[in-house]
Design a protein around this ligand. Structure first.
Ligand SMILES: [Zn+2]
Length: 426
């Protein structure tokens, strides 16, 4: 046996690792067919554990295990074994996959009070085991995203004790961690206003780098438009010191969807706004819509949109059975619906006072990967259709983009004043 995966794990598997943990251990194998779940000959497989990344603070960690091809897997827990000096563990058994040597011998050290490390090894001839060594009792959930296939483990510390905003934010082993770069330079809250919280907003310009997003008839790229809008939103919001604004990207770089969500969670954002521009095969389609996360889409257009934004074929997205549990999203769903409607109406109002012919397509719901696992009020804005020649021309006009940005800013301010800031003024 290679790696540091102890043989006893499977033999001594207990029924519970602590009531709270097991009760909340919701395991999903998205997209795994019964055939593959039953096990297939490993010789046919080219899947290999090619990367493990972790994004973390002291009450939250997201671990992503990249396997390239789709694999069958199962997740479970093991209780602490003080006699052997072993902490409670979460493990994922991945069948029919190889593992790259550098991962085998390089556990990711986290040591954030929530989890100790993430390590991987060959558990048996055709099974790779990824083990998360916890430092304290936690709740977690596991799900998979396709294209490329990755297994995501979201781990929450118990109790959710509020910690000071200036708390440390650690990133472990992330090759493109722009959030990490923002952490050291971010000032903590001013000491002269200790009783008042700031609203932390994570602005997420979609796509970037190798992913241009949707492309208009004359070649305008979604990634450039949403970055321009995102910068406007940040600059406008940041004029008010009640708002601490961060961006998932402030340049033309590629960031995986699961990392964007992790950046928002890790920085304890109150609001997550993902910015996109719509597109349709119907070149006349136009208008503004804002989405919140749901298991499925209500119509074909929304399903196609979500598939495109997720970077997966429609058929694949339809096959994924997301279980979006109340524990993580229930409390925030209503808030997200409220913000989404406010954002959408504000953008529409700002645009239609100056430009004619735009539709308010309204508040919608669809399964966007970038919203899965977001712990805060989270919306995804589709402001205009880049596939529509007229709207594409508008999207080249900074004054038009400013109207969109103003809508987002107004809505976020309204939400902040009536929610977070109002509560912290007590
Ligand atoms: Zn997009």
């Amino acid at each position: 046996m290679e790696g540091e995966v102890e043989e006893g794990d499977a033999l001594t598997l207990p029924r519970r690792i602590g009531a709270a943990l097991l009760a909340a251990a919701l395991l999903y194998a998205g997209g795994v067919s019964p055939a593959s779940a039953a096990g297939t000959p490993s010789g046919e497989r080219s899947a290999s554990v090619s990367g493990i990344h972790a994004w973390t603070n002291e009450i939250y960690t997201r671990v992503a295990v990249y396997t390239g091809d789709e694999v069958s897997w199962r997740a479970d827990t093991v209780q602490a074994d003080p006699d052997r000096g072993l902490p409670p563990r979460i493990f994922i058994d991945i069948r029919g996959a190889g593992i790259q040597k550098d991962i085998l011998h390089n556990p990711i050290d986290v040591h954030n009070g929530l989890l100790r490390q993430v390590r991987a090894g060959r558990y048996s001839k055709d099974t790779v085991r990824v083990v998360v060594d916890l430092e304290r009792q936690s709740t977690f959930r596991v799900f998979a995203l396709p294209n490329p296939y990755r297994i995501i483990i979201d781990i929450d510390g118990e109790g959710m004790i509020p910690v000071p905003r200036a708390g440390t934010e650690n990133a472990a082993s992330s090759p493109h961690d722009s959030a990490g770069a923002s952490a050291p330079g971010v000032p903590s809250d001013p000491v002269e206003r200790p009783r008042r919280l700031r609203v932390r907003v994570m602005v997420d310009p979609g796509h970037g780098g190798k992913d241009p997003g949707a492309i208009g008839p004359t070649g305008l790229q979604e990634k450039d438009v949403v970055l321009a809008i995102g910068r406007m939103v940040r600059d406008k919001l940041a004029r008010n010191e009640d708002y601490d604004v961060r961006m998932t990207r402030d340049s033309d770089v590629y960031i995986p969807l699961e990392e964007r969500t992790a950046m928002a969670n890790r920085s304890r954002a109150d609001i997550f706004v993902s910015l996109h521009i719509n597109a349709s095969r119907n070149r006349r389609a136009n208008g503004i819509s804002t989405y919140v996360l749901s298991r499925g889409a209500s119509n074909r257009e929304d399903l196609e949109l979500a598939a495109r934004e997720n970077g997966v074929p429609v058929a694949k997205l339809k096959g994924i059975k997301f279980i979006i549990d109340d524990m993580f999203t229930g409390a925030r769903k209503n808030e997200s619906l409220r913000l989404a409607k406010t954002v959408n109406d504000a953008i529409y109002r700002n645009i239609s006072t100056r430009y004619s012919g735009h539709q308010n397509l309204g508040l919608k719901q669809a399964p966007f990967f970038v919203l899965v696992g977001a712990r805060m009020t989270a919306v995804l804005v589709e402001s205009s259709f880049i596939s529509n020649s007229r709207e594409e021309a508008h999207l080249r006009d900074p004054a038009y983009l400013e109207r969109i940005a103003d809508g987002v800013v107004e809505a976020v301010r309204y939400y902040g004043q009536n929610g977070i800031l109002a509560r912290s003024d007590l």
